[in-house]
Design a protein around this ligand. Structure first.
Ligand code: ZN
Length: 239
């Protein structure tokens, strides 16, 4: 039939040849409006009938009302199935998230320098007893590496995502650069000691300053720390 066919009143005929659309009627629970069950099967209704209003079951299923309680429970369940990692990378280096797959590290995600990213793992309720292990590493590794190939200082954080385990919120500042501060401090101390040795304290202008240097508390350092800083140590005579 072409679109040019009209009946005697001018209505297009093809409209009347279409099958009428029958909408399936969705039966909702009259208590909590869920389409999945009737009131007779409704857990919320059962708790509302026979339980004290102050019990946790009553509140979980019927507070503030049965429909809102159902949505609150659905949202909680969604959160349990979607644990996330939010990382704020405060450094000028990229940070990488690797997943530990039976001992092998697979790169999953990059957090570029000075950005914040969120990564969500979608879990099924059947994954309840599984956990998924992630490492935040300051190094773009070759594929197929294991944890044995990673330097401890390069690992920012170890993370375990699991059903209902909650979210991680991480501020990443990178590995502390203690070594270079240690070297700079030891070298400075050595140079000040040399000034004293050469008689700088005999000068009335320098003396009060060099007295204050003695008040600086230096932590214990090993002979190899001194060697690294390039100041005299027990190793100096051997080289
Ligand atoms: Zn119901």
């Amino acid at each position: 039939m072409s679109t040019s066919d009209y009946d005697e009143y001018g209505f297009p005929l093809e409209n009347f040849t279409e099958l009428p659309v029958v909408k399936p009627r969705v039966r909702c629970c009259s208590h909590c409006r869920s389409p999945n069950h009737t009131r007779n099967q409704c857990i919320a209704y059962r708790y509302s009938e026979s339980y004290d209003e102050n019990t946790s079951q009553y509140r979980e299923w019927n507070y503030p009302n049965p429909v809102a309680a159902r949505h609150i429970r659905a949202k909680k369940e969604y959160n349990r199935c979607h644990p996330s990692i939010t990382v704020c990378n405060h450094t000028t280096d990229d940070l990488y998230i690797y997943e530990n797959k039976w001992g092998r590290l697979e790169k999953r995600f990059t957090i570029p320098a000075r950005t914040t990213k969120t990564f969500t793992k979608e879990l099924d309720e059947k994954d309840k007893y599984l956990s998924f292990q992630y490492y935040l590493i300051w190094d773009d590794l070759n594929p197929r590496l294991t944890m044995n190939d990673v330097f401890r200082d390069d690992v920012e954080e170890f993370i375990c995502l699991e059903y209902g385990g909650g979210n991680y919120d991480i501020d990443a500042y990178g590995p502390p650069d203690i070594d270079s501060w240690k070297k700079a401090a030891l070298k400075s101390r050595y140079l000040l000691e040399q000034l004293v040795r050469l008689g700088a304290k005999n000068n009335e202008n320098y003396e009060p300053i060099l007295d204050l240097v003695e008040d600086i508390q230096f932590p214990e350092v090993s002979e190899s720390d001194k060697e690294d800083a390039g100041v005299p140590s027990v190793f100096t005579n051997y080289t």
